[in-house]
Design a protein around this ligand. Structure first.
Ligand code: ADP
Length: 893
């Protein structure tokens, strides 16, 4: 619009300008006609309404067209255009250029120099009606508006058409998909899409088809599965019925089994009881020591058998849920004392000195109601295990009162030992029937593996729980609780004795234990740990001492010390003596010592017995004391029949004392000197000290079995040829081979017959060929001549040469092996072993190959860890080979 205005203004200005120029001449010449012509001509342009010409005095000299009566703008030298209402008024000065003398010399530009050259001779004013222009402007504006609206409408229409053509098929696709999701396949398929979407239409159809088929298959599958399930349920019902029947049958057969076990146990117990009964009668009547020992052994063995049967019976009773509890008055302290005494008599040996102590908290009542037999059984199992698995230290039974109400006592017990302990991963197995931590054939301790199962069941039946904590090599603690009933009877008060004693007890633990007990019963005591100390205390306090209490450990020194101390106390101060002896007691060998003492107590002491002994101290037996010096051990000796075996030295090796005694009793009457070793190690150390003529060797022994012991013995120069006869409980074919391969000469199966034993000894000790046979056994064990020959196509000289080469190198190799082992140099050790292993394979040295193989594998897989034993075996096999190298019967070429 603005451009349009400017354009009109310019146009009017131009017309005005043109008029001013063209009218110059007419004015200067005052040619009015010309001016009129010019104005008329100009009026025909555009919308010019009025044109007025002024002279230099600004007087109108000519005018054309109707004046609009609008004020004339001031006339000046400048051209002007201004708007007034619907009119545009333009003014322009008319200049006269006086013509130059030589117009060609003047510059055209000079004519524009108003100051110098030009004179204003008049003005021209042009009025233009621009109302038409405004109309045109509005028309243009409305036209544009119309066009713009038209464009928008068209645009909206086209857009909606295009959008419609795009979204319509999508809606159809979506509708079709909705139908598909609703499984209306036919409806989905009937929806048609425009032709340009034919691909999508095809895909939709295919999808619908597939879904329809899939649904059909699914339905068919479900129908099939439902049918199968129905059938399965039928068969399950049938199976569960069968199971129920089978379960009932199993329960019934389990019940029958338990019944059977119970019956069998009972049936076996009956004759055993008879055996025990008659044994007891025999024990009373038999005077002969040897026969007495036999009868004692029968009693012991019968008791062990009874214990095993008892276990089995209990187990079967518990399994059958038939164990019932009794309710009687029990004194827990006495019960534990009893169990200690009985078990210590059976299980403590010379080598095993263990302090058996109790620790009752003062609030534990003296008596209560419970099943004393079952509680005793629980203690017996736990304490006998503790004794079995403890070699030194102590076993403590701790009892505390956990809770107490009007009609219930809960006692908490602990059996704490300082034994071998139980590895953590084995603890859970312990309460499973027939499980033992050490299941090896050379296990050190017997047992059925039922003890703890029964114990657990018994504890649970008595309302308690049992658990174990154990640290290997430190010890185990079995902790259990029991619910018992309080006794109605008033608890007996602890009587105070008011005595003064001095006592000798080397064990620290037991010394404290006794001191505590003495102060509990009002006895003042001085504890001494050695002979000198007790003598000095006796000298110091003899005026008030009521008795001395001496502990004798089962050895000669201790017995002699006790003898001297007792005699000293009696003779010097007339103070009586009480003895405490430990099984296996030797006190019976010193009858006078026994008669001289006020009392002899068994250790571990029974509190009741100790109390009574202190209460009833007897005055000393001075006569016996005077005669004590002549009290030497009374061991009866049997006259020995002299036979042709007389004087032979036999070493009997067996871990069971009874078996050793039996051998002694069989052989000594025939004049043989029998020496006893209760372990493989003991046998080896005895063999090193003296030469035996024959060794009787048990096979199954703890720690080192008979086979291993024999191998060690054979490695000793003095025992390369000594006959070794195995005594085995089960000589199966494979075992026989092992026995002979280990270097033994013969074997006898237990129970051994006395006559056969004597014949065997005679055969091996008195017949010449035995030595050769023995040599042959040793050679064949270490060396396979057939193998050596077959490798070199029976060329015995080559075989011999190869063998000798290896044998010659072995002495140096041995040194190397030891050297590398000392330096823990695995690499070099493997290197040497590998070399010997390789060479030994071609020389028939079977035993050497075997051990080299073991050692090489061990070194490669485990390195130096625990290798010493394997290395020693290998070195032994080298020694053995060197020992027989000159005995090999090489065939002559
Ligand atoms: P067993 O009659 O064989 O002794 P138990 O059930 O009494 O059977 O014991 C099972 C095993 O538990 C034993 O063989 C032993 O290995 C282990 N055991 C039980 N008590 C102890 C203990 N105090 N210390 C170490 N091991 C024990």
């Amino acid at each position: 619009m603005h451009d349009l205005n400017t354009q009109v203004e310019n146009k009017v200005q131009n017309i005005t300008n043109q008029l001013a120029i063209t009218s110059e001449y007419a004015i200067t010449t005052s040619n009015k006609q010309l001016i009129s012509q010019l104005l008329e001509h100009a009026l025909s342009y555009g919308n010019i309404n009025n044109i007025t010409v002024f002279n230099h005095k600004k007087e109108v000299i000519s005018e054309i067209g109707p004046a609009a009566h609008i004020p004339t703008p001031p006339l000046s030298a400048l051209a002007q255009t201004q708007r007034s209402g619907t009119f545009l008024v333009s003014t322009q000065a008319i200049y006269h250029n006086p013509l130059p003398i030589d117009s060609s010399l003047s510059s055209p530009l000079d004519s524009y120099n108003p100051k110098i050259q030009r004179n204003i001779i008049g003005w021209i004013k042009v009025e233009t009606n621009i109302s038409q222009l405004d109309i045109a402007k509005y028309q243009l504006f409305f036209l544009l508006l119309f066009l713009f609206s038209l464009f928008n409408v068209l645009n909206a229409f086209i857009t909606s058409r295009v959008a419609g053509s795009l979204t319509h098929p999508i809606e159809k696709v979506s509708l079709s998909l909705r139908k598909l999701t609703k499984s209306q396949y036919a409806a989905a398929k009937s929806i048609k899409l425009p032709s340009q979407y034919s691909e999508i239409q095809k895909d939709l159809l295919e999808l619908a088809e597939r879904l329809e088929n899939h649904k059909k298959e699914l339905t068919a599958g479900i129908e099939q599965s439902t049918e199968d399930m129905r059938r399965n349920m039928d068969s399950m019902e049938e199976k569960s019925a069968q199971l129920y029947i089978a379960n009932k049958e199993a329960m019934e057969s389990n019940r029958l089994k338990s019944q059977f076990l119970a019956n069998i146990s009972h049936e076996v117990r009956t004759p055993l009881n008879a055996i025990l009964g008659y044994t007891k009668i025999l024990q009373k009547n038999i005077k002969d020591n040897q026969n007495k020992l036999y009868v004692d052994t029968i009693e012991q063995s019968t008791n062990s058998l009874l214990a095993i049967i008892g276990d089995i019976l209990d187990f079967s009773k518990i399994e059958a849920g038939k164990l019932s509890l009794d309710h009687s008055l029990i004194n827990i302290r006495e019960l534990v004392d009893d169990v200690y005494q009985i078990l210590s008599a059976n299980l403590l040996t010379n080598d095993k000195q263990i302090d058996l102590v109790t620790d009752f908290s003062p609030d534990v009542p003296q008596t209560m109601i419970g099943d004393s037999i079952r509680i005793r059984q629980v203690f017996t199992n736990l304490i006998s295990n503790a004794l079995k698995f403890t070699n030194k230290g102590s076993i403590k039974t701790k009892v505390i009162l956990s809770s107490k109400s009007k009609d219930q006592l809960t006692l908490s017990f602990q059996v704490i030992d300082t034994g071998i302990g139980i590895p953590e991963d084995k603890i859970n197995q312990l309460f499973k029937p027939f499980s033992q931590v050490d299941t090896s054939t050379t296990r050190k301790f017997g047992g059925t593996g039922l003890g703890l199962v029964i114990t657990k069941k018994l504890v649970e039946q008595m309302g308690g729980v049992i658990n174990i904590s154990s640290v290997p090599k430190i010890g185990s603690t079995f902790h259990f609780t029991l619910k018992l009933k309080p006794s109605n009877k008033p608890q007996p008060k602890q009587e105070k004795l008011e005595k003064f004693i001095v006592f000798l007890e080397p064990s620290n633990t037991y010394r404290h234990y006794l001191s505590n007990y003495f102060s509990e019963i009002g006895v003042e005591s001085i504890a001494c740990s050695g002979v000198e100390q007790i003598i000095s205390k006796l000298n110091q306090h003899h005026n008030k001492v009521d008795a001395i209490l001496l502990n004798i450990i089962p050895n000669k020194q201790s017995t002699n010390d006790a003898k001297e101390l007792a005699s000293y106390a009696i003779k010097q101060f007339n103070i009586p003596c009480i003895l405490m002896i430990q099984p296996p007691g030797q006190i019976n060998h010193y009858p006078k010592l026994k008669t001289m003492c006020s009392d002899v107590l068994l250790k571990p002491i029974s509190h009741k017995h100790l109390f009574n002994a202190l209460k009833n101290i007897q005055p000393p037996n001075a006569i016996a004391a005077a005669d004590l010096t002549s009290d030497s051990p009374t061991i009866e000796k049997q006259p020995l029949p002299v036979t042709h075996l007389t004087g032979l030295k036999i070493l009997a090796v067996d871990d069971t004392q009874v078996n050793l005694q039996l051998l002694t009793h069989w052989l000594t009457p025939h004049g043989l000197n029998v020496f006893l070793a209760n372990s493989g190690r003991k046998a080896i150390s005895m063999a090193k000290e003296q030469q035996f003529d024959l060794i009787l060797m048990d096979i199954q022994m703890p720690e080192m079995d008979g086979l291993e012991t024999t191998q060690h013995l054979r490695a000793l120069d003095a025992y390369k040829e000594t006959p070794i006869v195995a005594l085995t409980a089960h000589a199966l074919g494979s075992e026989q081979d092992n026995i002979l391969a280990s270097g033994m000469n013969a074997y006898l199966t237990k129970p051994v017959d006395e006559l056969i034993l004597l014949n065997t000894i005679e055969k091996w000790c008195l017949r010449k060929e035995s030595a050769q046979e023995h040599i042959n056994t040793q050679v064949t064990q270490a060396f396979d001549i057939n193998k050596a020959l077959s490798i070199v196509s029976q060329k015995s000289d080559i075989a011999k040469e190869m063998f000798e080469m290896l044998a010659d190198s072995l002495a140096d190799e041995k040194k190397l092996l030891r050297h590398h082992f000392e330096l823990q140099d695995t690499e070099k050790l493997i290197h040497v072993v590998h070399r010997i292993h390789g060479a030994s394979k071609y020389t028939g040295t079977i035993e050497l190959t075997r051990h080299a193989g073991f050692l090489e594998t061990h070194l490669k897989e485990l390195g130096m860890e625990d290798v010493e034993g394997v290395l020693n075996d290998f070195l032994d096999s080298i020694d053995m080979l060197l020992a027989i190298r000159h005995l090999i019967p090489w065939p002559q070429e």
